[in-house]
Design a protein around this ligand. Sequence first.
Ligand SMILES: [Zn+2]
Length: 682
Amino acid sequence: MKNASRYIVPLLFLLAASLCGQTSKANPLPYTPGLDPSAMDRSLDPCTDFYKYSCAGWQKKNPIPADRTAWSVYAKAYEDNLVLMRSILEDAAHASQRDAVTQKVGDYYAACMDETAANQQGISPLKHELDAIAAIKSPHDLAIVVADLQLMTPGSSMMFGAGSEQDPDDTEKQIAAVDQGGIGLPNRDYYTNDDAKSKENREHYLEHIQRIFQMLGDPAATAKKNAAMVMGIETALAKASWTSVERRDPYKLKNKMKRAELNALVPNFDWHAYFAKVHAPDFEIVDVNAPNFYTELNRQLKSEPLDHWKNYLRYHIVNTYAPYLSDPYVQESFNFYSKYLRGAKEMRPRWKRCVQYADNDLGEAVGQEYVRRVFSPELKQNTLDMVQRIEQAMEERIHGLDWMSDQTKQQALIKLHSIRNKIGYPDKWRDYSSVAITPRDFAGNVRNAVAFESHRQINKIGQPVDLGEWAITPTTVDAYYNPQVNDINFPAGVLQPPLYDPKMDDAPNYGNTGTTIGHELTHAFDDQGRQFDAKGNLRDWWTKEDAQKFEQRAKCVSDQYAQYVVVDDIHINSKLTLGEDVADLGGTILAYIAWKAATQGKNLTDADGFTPDQRFFIGFAQWDCSDVRPEQAREYAIRDPHSPGEYRINGVLVNMPEFADAFSCKAGQKMVKPEGKVCKVW
Ligand SMILES: [Zn+2]
């Protein structure tokens, strides 16, 4: 909830100042071509399983590393970024002359790498917090301690989520918002699903909580009792929370009320003390995203004695900070969350974790040097051209839609023309100068960085919206559309080979990066994005008839993906993935049209034995060559709004006759849908 928008869904679900004018010399990242014939298996039939045809070689050459739960072209590209960031951070740690930015990132990394210090400190970095929890004597104390703990906790796991959001009715303004949260498992369904695997997950989670209490010195029997207490509270909160599908409905999340009404909804929580402690600017209206959750929270605050809540907070703060503490805590966190829940075989080496923490906590500081090294103005211009061509294709597409009235088309065009294109990195870098970072206290650095971000979000209340802000860092290998800002965002990290390959021609580049651009653009018009207008306000600009026609078309996509199996007997929850599936389909069609327009009149030649059209589609499939462990696949199926890689490719192409033509696929083959069954939204 501390994020800029609840509606941002990056392209993948991975683990979220002006430049000096120097252009980068040789790109220091390892090079992989945008179309890689050796990643294919040409002995397979492209008309049976195009994903396997394009990616089987990649899968064979790239087994999932022991320390990973999934592996993909994107994950590998980010791994390459980690190596580059490591050298940036090591330089910063050892440089003799350092500016403010270099000092922050260098000391942050050095402190993180100091494993000996972390092991010596044990739990002591949290002593202040644990003492404060122990000293709670009243509901007033509870609210104040919750406020402090929330400030230093990313996300919404500490009782509930709170911060600011763009007013859904007037996106030029920021308002206060509170949301559901308070749980330690990845999603509320983990508490409510009744299948054997879910029950087993809960038993393991209970044991994990118990072990944390024992590490804090509770005798086994007490730890067991306390764990059951925590689980009881979390389960009640989870049951009262919206599901992921419900959360895709922006009207469900909009429950603006006066501050006094929030007090009346949750009278058992001292909101006055809480908001004073987080230093929230004065406000009158608060958006309560999940009212049922708050009704239940109020009930729990009454029925659960204060001592139970103290145990709940004790567990949550230690669980949150476990990865930054001494070895036993790091190991316990890894064992439950990565190994058991997601299937990792080994822990990631410390340097990788430290680089990633630095990217999370000080991303726009690390990103400045990264951009200098890998993102030239020329690259920015070339990718911006591509974006503009794809927007042009969308315009033509809207004009040509046979199912939409002129009235709705006009509104759609206004929205399209208002989209902000953000390429590479922010125009203005975030200023971290107020974050205290020392080379000796890693957990303290994390606390300071998270608190900085929490305050940054809270301080937005009552302020105008900063349209230049980015929700992901420049090194991120991902992209997103934010319907409330109406912007598409492509960081420098996602515009590198093999995704965007300046050494290659247009066919694979449009197939790969072009379809990604088209994907984000289509989000402006998917089943969720279409509910927001050109300014990002939640306003219905559709005629009733056009909206119905849209829904029919979207249902075609949803019915198609509901057939696909993720793992064992688990099917895609296609109501959760609908927006992404619509964006995948629309984005690929748009990129194809834009590529045709960009290369019109050019004499395109075959390469590696493939026609230009074939190369476009192979480039497309190879953006998402990937593999996933079954445990991780299960977790994705519950909470990830994206379909698995093979369906993000094959599920799109069965709807494109251009694909069947390119590979001479015949009716009756798996990659060709029967006539009349083809889905087409945009
Ligand atoms: Zn998406």
